[in-house]
Design a protein around this ligand. Structure first.
Ligand code: GAR
Length: 218
């Protein structure tokens, strides 16, 4: 698979991807880049987990990867780690930071370094079910419809301006695993499409609203 760095001498819109796990969203984004489906390239893939499969999926595609230890905390990066993540992303000259199953909260310095340039995918229709295992929260609550949300990252947990959402039905007999799989299927379509729209300048952020330009949609 070819990953172009330059098109007609112009630098493409470049992503820095952060993930902690399997990397199925990363694969969907990388495949959309490789096929030319979205006008972006991946500058670097970073993980807080040394043996995370997302790093293997990136190496298989010839992309630069780095494991950066998160430091002393369980749910966030310590100061040294935060600086190392910022430096790696700046060195790769990324235009957008894409969280793809990155299980650490990003705050303060990091968000100041990439103001309005960090997006995340969350496995529920926010603002319902923020936080961990959102598909399980939805199943336990008994909702009939859930889904996934692409949103900008702000100082809160899963609270930033919403860019795009996709509904997913909860079916009779669903288990946490079957519902999660159905949501992840939707994520793999929604996330690349939302990133493509950002790269093409089809959507702009105005306060809490994200405004799609005339005619643009996903
Ligand atoms: C995805 O389902 C994503 O929505 C979730 O982690 C999974 C990562 O899967 N993210 C969160 O829960 C963030 N709060 P992947 O590694 O296969 O892309």
């Amino acid at each position: 698979m070819a990953y172009e760095v330059r098109v007609n001498g112009q630098r493409k819109y470049r992503l820095g991807v952060l993930g902690s796990g399997k990397g199925s969203n990363f694969v969907a984004i990388a495949d959309a880049c490789a096929s030319g489906g979205i006008p972006v390239e991946i500058g670097v893939v970073l993980s807080d987990v040394a043996d995370a499969p997302i790093l293997d999926r990136a190496r298989e595609r010839g992309l630069p990867t780095q494991h950066i230890s998160p430091g002393q905390f369980r749910t966030k990066l310590d100061e040294t780690a935060e600086q190392a993540y910022i430096a790696a992303l700046q060195k790769a000259e990324v235009d957008l930071v894409v969280l793809a199953g990155f299980m650490r909260i990003l705050k303060g310095e990091f968000l100041r370094a990439f103001a309005h340039k960090v997006v995340n995918i969350h496995p529920s229709l926010l603002p319902s079910f923020p936080g961990l295992e959102a598909w399980k929260q939805a199943l336990d609550y008994g909702v009939k419809v859930t889904g996934c949300t692409v949103h900008f990252v702000d100082q809160g947990v899963d609270t930033g301006p919403i860019l795009a959402q996709q509904t997913v039905p909860v079916l009779t007999g669903d288990t946490a695993a079957s519902l999660h799989a159905r949501i992840q299927e939707a994520e793999r379509v929604l996330y690349p499409a939302a990133i493509g729209a950002l790269a093409r300048g089809e959507v702009v952020i105005q306060g809490r609203q994200t405004v799609w330009q005339k005619g643009a949609s996903i």
